[in-house]
Design a protein around this ligand. Structure first.
Ligand code: NAD
Length: 317
């Protein structure tokens, strides 16, 4: 019987490109997928992955209860980079190979888009033009500003490269700072407190963990420059949204842009959405055509690598 690969989430049936499917079928895999067009219930997800060899996972949960009993499972590839929906300890215990894809360019470009959009009040100008209004809103220039990157991994590094043409000072805080990568990009490594105190724009590029939950809270916002901007394209759990709301309402922060939220999927009643000097998007930073195309191929190739005794292309361990 052919080994199975499960394409999970409601999107994957359409997102995984034909070339990626060909890589899998030519290696002898049978593809099963969530074709419901919606997020699966726990029981449906469990039934779909129960006897598969590999999973191409989205943001749905893979906790111990979900994973145990999947006796044929050998590899899980995340069609993305965040693995906070994975119980990595159980995956390790089961001896699974776990891989991610490379979407850092898409997210870095989106973070830059958020920075520019919020500095320029772009959503308000767009709404004004569509309403036939000749409105005027505050705008700022990026040139000459100090940008602080919290987290200097793949996305942080790429964003530093993209920012290099804007005449900005770039600071970065990362407990595992790659000094050489920072020097190559003319980025100054600093402590988190130094970064918060000096940055006109603080952009988050670190994982959500127990330690980083609500890293941006009332106390850390108080350490930020008056009139600074906060950009979050990483994970909603990093920011205490009620503290952010208070800071935007009081004018402590001049604006904020976010692609991610404490509660996802979002609902229209999030009070942040009523604040005008903001930019919000529904967790879509990485969803470019290029990332989807390459991501599918990375997942498929990673699974075939494991079948042949190798490792995923971007392994977690
Ligand atoms: P990465 O693993 O390459 O880099 C993360 C960096 O954060 C690492 O260098 C790590 O040392 C650093 N870090 C860990 N703890 C930290 C802390 N307490 N303070 C500061 N830095 C810390 O990951 P990446 O690919 O650059 O992704 C960064 C973030 O972006 C992740 O949270 C990821 O989930 C998120 N992301 C979001 C989207 C989206 O659609 N919005 C897409 C991709 C990635």
């Amino acid at each position: 019987m052919a080994k199975k690969v499960a394409l999970m989430t409601r999107h994957h049936a359409t997102l995984i490109c034909q070339e990626a499917r060909d890589i899998l079928t030519q290696a002898g895999f049978e593809i099963v997928s969530n074709d419901t067009g919606r997020i699966l219930t726990f029981e449906e997800q469990k039934a779909l992955i129960k006897d598969v060899y590999a999973i191409v996972a989205g943001t749905e949960k893979y906790d111990r209860e979900m994973l145990l009993g999947c006796d044929n499972l050998k590899v899980v590839t995340r069609f993305g980079v965040g693995t906070d929906n994975f119980d990595l300890n159980t995956m390790k215990e089961m001896g699974l190979e776990v891989g991610v894809i490379a979407n850092y360019n898409a997210v870095a470009e989106f973070a830059l888009t958020h920075i520019l959009a919020v500095l320029k009040n772009l959503p308000r100008y767009d709404a004004a033009a569509r309403a036939g209004a000749w409105s005027r809103f505050d705008m700022r220039e990026l040139t000459g500003k100090t940008v602080g990157l919290v987290g200097f991994g793949r996305i942080g590094k790429r964003l530093a490269e993209l920012l290099s043409g804007f005449g900005v000072t770039i600071l970065a805080y990362d407990p595992y700072m790659n000094e050489q990568a920072a020097a190559e990009r003319k980025v100054k490594p600093v402590t988190l407190d130094e970064l918060l105190a000096a940055s006109d724009i603080v952009s988050l590029h670190l994982p959500a963990t127990e330690q980083t939950k609500h890293l941006i809270n009332e106390q850390t916002i108080a350490k930020m420059k008056d009139g600074a901007y906060l950009i979050n394209t990483s994970r909603g759990a990093l920011v205490d949204e009620s503290a952010l709301l208070a800071a935007l309402t009081s004018g402590k922060l001049a604006g904020a842009a976010s692609d991610v939220y404490e509660k996802e999927p979002i609902t229209a009643d999030n009070p942040l959405f009523a604040i005008p000097n903001t930019v919000f998007t529904p967790h879509c930073s990485a969803l470019t055509y290029e990332t989807n195309y390459n991501g599918g191929i990375i997942c498929a190739q990673s699974i075939v690598n494991v079948l042949n005794g190798g490792k995923p292309l971007y392994p977690l361990w």
